[in-house]
Design a protein around this ligand. Structure first.
Ligand code: ATP
Ligand code: NI
Length: 334
């Protein structure tokens, strides 16, 4: 099966009937620099439901990893976070990840309820411990035995013999699979996987995507951050397209890939080799100087004067959101 074929064919909006696991409400992240500030996440709203695989896509630097770090309390000291990101527990009161504090995040959330596959696995691994030791310690901390070690390795496509290597003895792809196994060890109800297929060859990319899909089919939720639109198309229930720190379009994956309504989403799809293979013209704006209107307007074939001056509305249309003054209604870019 090629990556562009769907692994499963979920009914449209299947995820919509599940309970919300995470609700993000007007989330903002800014980094203070000496004489300016970087708007890395702006006015971001989304819901992730149990059983849902949400793919977050968008060009490099649009704020995907910062969003992941914000949800896990992993932002550096020069960051300011605003808004809310509420994690709902089936058996306890909901918790706002923005305000609950590092102690709660460390004890109850990070690596427990919410797992992270970090974008840079090499720097995330303790260099003086073998993969087996790292994995055994993580499993033990969550009440699971060392016998789960080899099974987890196989799940992520790693030869259990490679667990006896130190991080510097692992290839980039092996380190990637090891950090995925470490994130899965606590069996988190929400897994945020930030480019989890980097450095993997095609069969292992598909193996990893299928693993994430199966977790969702078993009732967990996954946020898959990826540059790879074909990967999103293969496994995602819903897709959020980020552009310059905001969500441009967020809807059912099937609808987004067949009839994108935001001109940026349409342009991203047109850039795919198996579509028009036409790169998105121009460059994204600096996040230190976001324009007052729509950030995509300077690159947009549908822009009018309104786009340059007024921020786009984000009405709910057809079960999704699109932040655009002139959304495409036919699925064709005019
Ligand atoms: N500590 C920081 N201080 C200042 N700016 C930062 C900091 N961390 C990230 N940024 C900026 O925030 C923006 C968003 O970065 P982010 O890493 O989220 O992008 P991304 O969408 O994950 O990109 P990629 O696809 O390349 O991983 C970038 O402009 C980046 O330079
Ligand atoms: Ni990133």
């Amino acid at each position: 099966m090629t990556t562009t074929e769907r692994l499963t064919a979920p009914a449209p909006d299947r995820a919509a009937v599940r309970r919300p696991l995470l609700t993000v409400d007007d989330l903002g992240v800014q980094f203070r620099l000496r004489d300016t500030s970087v708007h890395a996440v702006t006015d971001l709203n989304l819901t992730v439901r149990a059983g849902e695989l949400l793919a977050i896509v968008g060009e490099s630097g649009c704020g995907k990893s910062v969003l992941a770090h914000a949800l896990l309390g992993l932002l550096p000291g020069n960051a300011t976070i605003t808004g809310h990101a509420v994690l709902h527990y089936p058996d306890a009161d909901p918790v706002d990840l923005v305000t609950c504090g590092q102690r709660h995040l460390a004890r109850r959330v990070r690596g427990r309820r919410v797992g992270l596959v970090p974008q840079s696995p090499a720097t995330a691994l303790n260099p003086v411990r073998t993969g087996r030791r790292l994995l055994t310690e993580t499993l033990r901390a969550h009440g699971r035995g060392r016998e789960d070690c080899d099974r987890l390795a196989v799940d992520v496509g790693l030869d259990p013999a490679d667990l006896d290597r130190y991080p510097h003895e692992l290839s980039g792809g092996m380190a990637q699979r090891l950090v995925t196994a470490l994130a899965l060890a606590p069996d988190p109800s929400l897994l945020i996987a930030d480019e989890p297929t980097t450095g993997l060859d095609r069969p292992l990319v598909d193996h990893t995507l299928d693993l994430l899909r199966r977790r969702c089919d078993d009732g967990s939720a996954v946020v898959l951050i990826t540059h790879d639109l074909a990967a999103a198309q293969r496994v995602a229930d819903t897709v959020a397209v980020m552009y310059a720190s905001r969500i441009a379009e967020h809807r059912d994956a099937g609808q987004l890939f067949t009839a994108p309504t935001h001109p940026y989403a349409a342009a991203l799809l047109d850039a795919l080799p198996d579509r028009a293979f036409r790169p998105v013209p121009g460059d994204p704006p600096m996040l230190t100087a976001l324009p007052p209107g729509c950030s995509f307007a300077p690159r947009c074939p549908r822009r009018t004067d309104l786009c340059a001056s007024q921020p786009p509305p984000t009405p709910l249309t057809g079960g999704g959101t699109v932040a655009c003054h002139h959304p495409i209604t036919t699925g064709a870019v005019t």
